[in-house]
Design a protein around this ligand. Structure first.
Ligand code: AMP
Length: 284
Protein backbone atom coordinates (compact mmCIF):
# COMPACT_ATOMS: atom_id res chain seq x y z
CA UNK A 1 0.00 0.00 0.00
CA UNK A 2 1.29 3.39 -0.98
CA UNK A 3 -0.02 6.82 -0.08
CA UNK A 4 0.58 9.23 -2.94
CA UNK A 5 0.24 12.97 -2.43
CA UNK A 6 1.11 14.34 -5.85
CA UNK A 7 -0.60 14.30 -9.23
CA UNK A 8 2.68 13.38 -10.93
CA UNK A 9 3.23 10.55 -8.43
CA UNK A 10 -0.15 8.90 -8.91
CA UNK A 11 0.07 9.27 -12.71
CA UNK A 12 3.46 7.60 -12.73
CA UNK A 13 2.36 4.79 -10.40
CA UNK A 14 -0.84 4.04 -12.32
CA UNK A 15 0.89 4.25 -15.70
CA UNK A 16 3.44 1.71 -14.55
CA UNK A 17 0.71 -0.70 -13.45
CA UNK A 18 -1.31 -0.19 -16.60
CA UNK A 19 1.38 -0.15 -19.30
CA UNK A 20 4.20 -2.08 -17.65
CA UNK A 21 2.14 -4.71 -15.88
CA UNK A 22 -1.00 -4.71 -18.07
CA UNK A 23 -3.25 -4.27 -15.07
CA UNK A 24 -6.75 -2.73 -15.07
CA UNK A 25 -7.35 0.16 -12.71
CA UNK A 26 -10.36 0.88 -10.50
CA UNK A 27 -10.93 4.20 -8.73
CA UNK A 28 -13.03 4.87 -5.63
CA UNK A 29 -13.34 8.63 -5.09
CA UNK A 30 -14.11 9.67 -1.49
CA UNK A 31 -13.82 12.57 0.90
CA UNK A 32 -12.33 10.21 3.49
CA UNK A 33 -13.36 9.33 7.03
CA UNK A 34 -14.12 5.93 5.58
CA UNK A 35 -16.95 3.70 6.79
CA UNK A 36 -18.50 0.45 5.58
CA UNK A 37 -20.37 2.33 2.84
CA UNK A 38 -17.09 3.51 1.29
CA UNK A 39 -15.45 0.15 1.91
CA UNK A 40 -18.23 -1.68 0.05
CA UNK A 41 -17.20 0.39 -2.98
CA UNK A 42 -13.59 -0.70 -2.45
CA UNK A 43 -14.77 -4.34 -2.33
CA UNK A 44 -16.57 -3.87 -5.63
CA UNK A 45 -13.52 -2.23 -7.22
CA UNK A 46 -11.25 -5.03 -5.97
CA UNK A 47 -13.62 -7.55 -7.60
CA UNK A 48 -13.57 -5.73 -10.92
CA UNK A 49 -10.04 -4.32 -11.33
CA UNK A 50 -6.46 -5.46 -10.73
CA UNK A 51 -5.25 -2.27 -9.08
CA UNK A 52 -7.53 -0.20 -6.84
CA UNK A 53 -6.93 3.46 -6.08
CA UNK A 54 -8.92 5.14 -3.30
CA UNK A 55 -8.83 8.92 -3.49
CA UNK A 56 -9.30 10.91 -0.30
CA UNK A 57 -9.91 14.59 -0.94
CA UNK A 58 -12.29 16.98 0.78
CA UNK A 59 -13.13 19.07 -2.26
CA UNK A 60 -13.71 22.72 -1.32
CA UNK A 61 -15.35 23.37 -4.70
CA UNK A 62 -18.44 21.33 -3.79
CA UNK A 63 -19.10 23.05 -0.45
CA UNK A 64 -21.35 26.08 -0.42
CA UNK A 65 -21.07 29.10 1.80
CA UNK A 66 -22.01 28.25 5.39
CA UNK A 67 -21.58 24.51 4.76
CA UNK A 68 -19.34 22.20 6.76
CA UNK A 69 -16.02 22.35 4.84
CA UNK A 70 -14.00 23.26 7.95
CA UNK A 71 -15.69 20.77 10.29
CA UNK A 72 -15.75 17.88 7.82
CA UNK A 73 -14.22 14.90 9.69
CA UNK A 74 -10.77 13.77 8.60
CA UNK A 75 -8.50 10.87 9.62
CA UNK A 76 -6.16 9.90 6.82
CA UNK A 77 -4.15 7.41 8.82
CA UNK A 78 -7.21 5.39 9.68
CA UNK A 79 -8.50 5.66 6.09
CA UNK A 80 -5.23 4.24 4.77
CA UNK A 81 -5.40 1.27 7.17
CA UNK A 82 -9.01 0.51 6.25
CA UNK A 83 -8.41 0.81 2.50
CA UNK A 84 -5.38 -1.46 2.79
CA UNK A 85 -7.33 -4.10 4.76
CA UNK A 86 -9.93 -4.21 1.99
CA UNK A 87 -7.37 -4.72 -0.76
CA UNK A 88 -6.74 -1.26 -2.21
CA UNK A 89 -3.15 -0.77 -3.36
CA UNK A 90 -2.97 3.02 -3.57
CA UNK A 91 -4.43 5.95 -1.68
CA UNK A 92 -4.31 9.25 -3.55
CA UNK A 93 -4.55 12.03 -0.96
CA UNK A 94 -3.63 15.36 -2.53
CA UNK A 95 -3.93 18.62 -0.64
CA UNK A 96 -5.99 21.51 -1.98
CA UNK A 97 -2.99 23.25 -3.60
CA UNK A 98 -2.05 20.08 -5.43
CA UNK A 99 -5.55 19.73 -6.91
CA UNK A 100 -6.09 23.45 -7.54
CA UNK A 101 -2.59 24.94 -7.97
CA UNK A 102 -3.96 28.04 -9.69
CA UNK A 103 -6.67 28.54 -7.07
CA UNK A 104 -10.31 28.06 -7.91
CA UNK A 105 -10.61 26.69 -11.45
CA UNK A 106 -11.93 29.04 -14.11
CA UNK A 107 -13.15 26.28 -16.43
CA UNK A 108 -15.55 23.84 -14.77
CA UNK A 109 -18.04 21.14 -15.72
CA UNK A 110 -21.57 22.47 -16.17
CA UNK A 111 -23.90 19.78 -14.80
CA UNK A 112 -26.96 21.15 -16.61
CA UNK A 113 -30.61 20.86 -15.62
CA UNK A 114 -30.28 17.52 -13.79
CA UNK A 115 -28.41 19.46 -11.11
CA UNK A 116 -31.30 21.87 -10.58
CA UNK A 117 -33.56 19.35 -8.83
CA UNK A 118 -33.37 17.47 -5.51
CA UNK A 119 -30.12 18.37 -3.69
CA UNK A 120 -29.06 20.67 -6.52
CA UNK A 121 -32.07 22.90 -5.92
CA UNK A 122 -30.83 23.54 -2.36
CA UNK A 123 -27.07 23.44 -2.90
CA UNK A 124 -26.33 25.75 -5.83
CA UNK A 125 -23.03 24.91 -7.54
CA UNK A 126 -22.57 21.74 -5.48
CA UNK A 127 -22.72 19.43 -8.49
CA UNK A 128 -20.53 21.70 -10.60
CA UNK A 129 -17.93 21.20 -7.88
CA UNK A 130 -18.51 17.45 -7.76
CA UNK A 131 -18.36 16.89 -11.52
CA UNK A 132 -15.32 19.12 -11.88
CA UNK A 133 -13.33 17.24 -9.24
CA UNK A 134 -14.46 13.85 -10.55
CA UNK A 135 -13.46 14.81 -14.11
CA UNK A 136 -10.08 15.92 -12.74
CA UNK A 137 -9.66 12.66 -10.83
CA UNK A 138 -10.54 10.67 -13.96
CA UNK A 139 -7.94 12.64 -15.95
CA UNK A 140 -5.30 12.28 -13.25
CA UNK A 141 -5.78 8.59 -12.41
CA UNK A 142 -7.18 7.44 -15.77
CA UNK A 143 -9.02 4.45 -14.32
CA UNK A 144 -10.81 1.82 -16.39
CA UNK A 145 -13.70 1.97 -13.98
CA UNK A 146 -14.88 4.00 -11.01
CA UNK A 147 -17.32 3.00 -8.27
CA UNK A 148 -19.90 5.34 -6.74
CA UNK A 149 -22.56 4.72 -4.10
CA UNK A 150 -26.30 4.97 -4.68
CA UNK A 151 -26.44 6.70 -1.32
CA UNK A 152 -25.67 9.90 -3.26
CA UNK A 153 -28.09 8.97 -6.00
CA UNK A 154 -28.21 12.27 -7.87
CA UNK A 155 -24.42 12.44 -7.82
CA UNK A 156 -24.02 8.92 -9.24
CA UNK A 157 -26.52 9.59 -12.03
CA UNK A 158 -24.88 12.91 -12.92
CA UNK A 159 -21.43 11.31 -13.06
CA UNK A 160 -22.77 8.52 -15.26
CA UNK A 161 -24.34 11.14 -17.51
CA UNK A 162 -21.13 13.19 -17.64
CA UNK A 163 -19.11 10.18 -18.79
CA UNK A 164 -21.68 9.50 -21.51
CA UNK A 165 -22.13 13.09 -22.69
CA UNK A 166 -18.39 13.86 -22.68
CA UNK A 167 -17.22 10.40 -23.85
CA UNK A 168 -15.00 9.93 -20.81
CA UNK A 169 -13.44 6.47 -21.15
CA UNK A 170 -14.40 5.27 -17.67
CA UNK A 171 -16.96 2.62 -16.78
CA UNK A 172 -19.21 3.75 -13.91
CA UNK A 173 -20.36 1.20 -11.35
CA UNK A 174 -23.16 2.07 -8.92
CA UNK A 175 -23.13 0.22 -5.60
CA UNK A 176 -26.06 -0.21 -3.15
CA UNK A 177 -26.61 1.93 -0.05
CA UNK A 178 -24.97 0.43 3.04
CA UNK A 179 -26.99 0.96 6.21
CA UNK A 180 -26.55 0.70 9.95
CA UNK A 181 -28.56 -2.09 11.65
CA UNK A 182 -31.41 0.33 12.34
CA UNK A 183 -31.60 1.41 8.70
CA UNK A 184 -29.77 4.74 8.84
CA UNK A 185 -27.68 5.15 5.68
CA UNK A 186 -24.01 5.27 6.64
CA UNK A 187 -22.41 8.67 6.16
CA UNK A 188 -19.33 10.49 7.40
CA UNK A 189 -21.75 13.24 8.47
CA UNK A 190 -23.55 10.88 10.91
CA UNK A 191 -20.57 11.74 13.11
CA UNK A 192 -22.16 15.16 13.72
CA UNK A 193 -25.32 13.71 15.31
CA UNK A 194 -25.81 13.95 19.05
CA UNK A 195 -26.94 10.78 20.83
CA UNK A 196 -30.55 11.98 20.79
CA UNK A 197 -30.40 12.93 17.13
CA UNK A 198 -28.79 9.61 16.22
CA UNK A 199 -31.69 7.80 17.90
CA UNK A 200 -34.18 9.74 15.79
CA UNK A 201 -32.31 9.50 12.47
CA UNK A 202 -33.68 6.07 11.35
CA UNK A 203 -37.10 7.70 10.88
CA UNK A 204 -36.04 8.64 7.35
CA UNK A 205 -35.45 5.05 6.32
CA UNK A 206 -38.64 3.96 8.08
CA UNK A 207 -40.50 6.46 5.91
CA UNK A 208 -38.81 5.27 2.73
CA UNK A 209 -39.49 1.63 3.63
CA UNK A 210 -43.14 2.43 4.24
CA UNK A 211 -43.37 4.04 0.79
CA UNK A 212 -41.84 0.89 -0.71
CA UNK A 213 -44.32 -1.27 1.18
CA UNK A 214 -47.25 0.80 -0.09
CA UNK A 215 -45.86 0.59 -3.62
CA UNK A 216 -45.67 -3.20 -3.34
CA UNK A 217 -49.28 -3.24 -2.17
CA UNK A 218 -50.28 -1.44 -5.36
CA UNK A 219 -50.18 2.28 -4.53
CA UNK A 220 -48.98 4.12 -7.66
CA UNK A 221 -49.82 7.74 -6.86
CA UNK A 222 -46.51 9.55 -6.12
CA UNK A 223 -48.26 11.99 -3.79
CA UNK A 224 -49.77 9.17 -1.75
CA UNK A 225 -46.34 7.54 -1.53
CA UNK A 226 -44.83 10.80 -0.29
CA UNK A 227 -47.65 11.00 2.26
CA UNK A 228 -46.86 7.45 3.39
CA UNK A 229 -43.25 8.58 3.90
CA UNK A 230 -44.26 11.64 5.89
CA UNK A 231 -46.66 9.69 8.09
CA UNK A 232 -43.71 7.72 9.48
CA UNK A 233 -41.88 10.83 10.68
CA UNK A 234 -42.26 11.78 14.32
CA UNK A 235 -43.77 15.15 15.14
CA UNK A 236 -40.38 16.64 15.87
CA UNK A 237 -39.36 20.23 15.15
CA UNK A 238 -35.70 19.13 15.08
CA UNK A 239 -36.37 16.92 12.04
CA UNK A 240 -37.05 19.11 9.01
CA UNK A 241 -37.56 17.57 5.60
CA UNK A 242 -35.93 19.67 2.88
CA UNK A 243 -37.40 17.68 0.01
CA UNK A 244 -38.98 14.31 -0.61
CA UNK A 245 -39.80 13.33 -4.17
CA UNK A 246 -40.45 10.40 -6.45
CA UNK A 247 -38.26 10.82 -9.52
CA UNK A 248 -37.37 9.08 -12.75
CA UNK A 249 -34.18 7.06 -12.08
CA UNK A 250 -32.34 8.36 -15.14
CA UNK A 251 -33.59 11.89 -15.81
CA UNK A 252 -34.30 12.70 -12.13
CA UNK A 253 -37.49 14.43 -13.27
CA UNK A 254 -40.33 14.28 -10.75
CA UNK A 255 -42.85 11.57 -11.59
CA UNK A 256 -45.48 14.21 -10.79
CA UNK A 257 -48.90 13.32 -12.15
CA UNK A 258 -47.90 10.02 -13.68
CA UNK A 259 -48.06 6.61 -12.05
CA UNK A 260 -44.92 5.67 -10.16
CA UNK A 261 -43.07 2.64 -11.53
CA UNK A 262 -40.82 0.05 -9.83
CA UNK A 263 -37.59 1.68 -11.06
CA UNK A 264 -38.55 5.14 -9.84
CA UNK A 265 -36.62 6.45 -6.87
CA UNK A 266 -37.92 8.16 -3.76
CA UNK A 267 -35.23 10.60 -2.63
CA UNK A 268 -35.17 12.65 0.55
CA UNK A 269 -33.02 15.23 2.30
CA UNK A 270 -33.68 16.33 5.86
CA UNK A 271 -32.02 18.31 8.59
CA UNK A 272 -31.71 16.75 12.00
CA UNK A 273 -30.70 19.72 14.09
CA UNK A 274 -27.94 21.23 11.94
CA UNK A 275 -26.91 17.98 10.24
CA UNK A 276 -28.16 17.40 6.72
CA UNK A 277 -28.95 13.77 5.89
CA UNK A 278 -29.89 12.27 2.53
CA UNK A 279 -31.29 8.89 1.59
CA UNK A 280 -33.20 7.18 -1.19
CA UNK A 281 -34.77 3.89 -2.24
CA UNK A 282 -35.92 2.33 -5.49
CA UNK A 283 -39.67 1.85 -5.10
CA UNK A 284 -39.94 -1.63 -6.58
P1 AMP B 1 -18.16 10.76 0.26
O1 AMP B 1 -16.90 10.44 0.99
O2 AMP B 1 -19.32 11.08 1.14
O3 AMP B 1 -17.95 11.78 -0.84
O4 AMP B 1 -18.59 9.43 -0.48
C1 AMP B 1 -17.70 8.78 -1.35
C2 AMP B 1 -18.43 7.67 -2.08
O5 AMP B 1 -18.96 6.74 -1.12
C3 AMP B 1 -19.64 8.18 -2.89
O6 AMP B 1 -19.70 7.45 -4.11
C4 AMP B 1 -20.80 7.84 -1.98
O7 AMP B 1 -22.00 7.65 -2.68
C5 AMP B 1 -20.33 6.54 -1.36
N1 AMP B 1 -21.04 6.27 -0.11
C6 AMP B 1 -21.09 7.05 0.99
N2 AMP B 1 -21.89 6.50 1.92
C7 AMP B 1 -22.37 5.35 1.39
C8 AMP B 1 -23.26 4.33 1.85
N3 AMP B 1 -23.83 4.39 3.06
N4 AMP B 1 -23.53 3.30 1.03
C9 AMP B 1 -22.96 3.24 -0.20
N5 AMP B 1 -22.12 4.16 -0.69
C10 AMP B 1 -21.82 5.21 0.08
Amino acid sequence: MEVVRSVAGIRERVLRARMGEGRTVGLVPTMGYLHEGHLSLVDRAVDLADLVVVSVFVNPLQFGEGEDLEEYPRDLERDVDLARERGAQLVFAPDVDEMYPAGEPVVTVDPGPMAEVLCGAHRPDHFRGVLTVVAKLFNIVRPDLAVFGRKDYQQAVLIERMTRDLNLPVRIEKAPVVREDDGLAMSSRNEYLSREERARAPALYRGLSEAQRRFREGERDPEALVEAFRAQLPDDPELRVQYVEVVNPETLEPVGEEEAGPDDVMAVAAFLGTTRLIDNVRLG
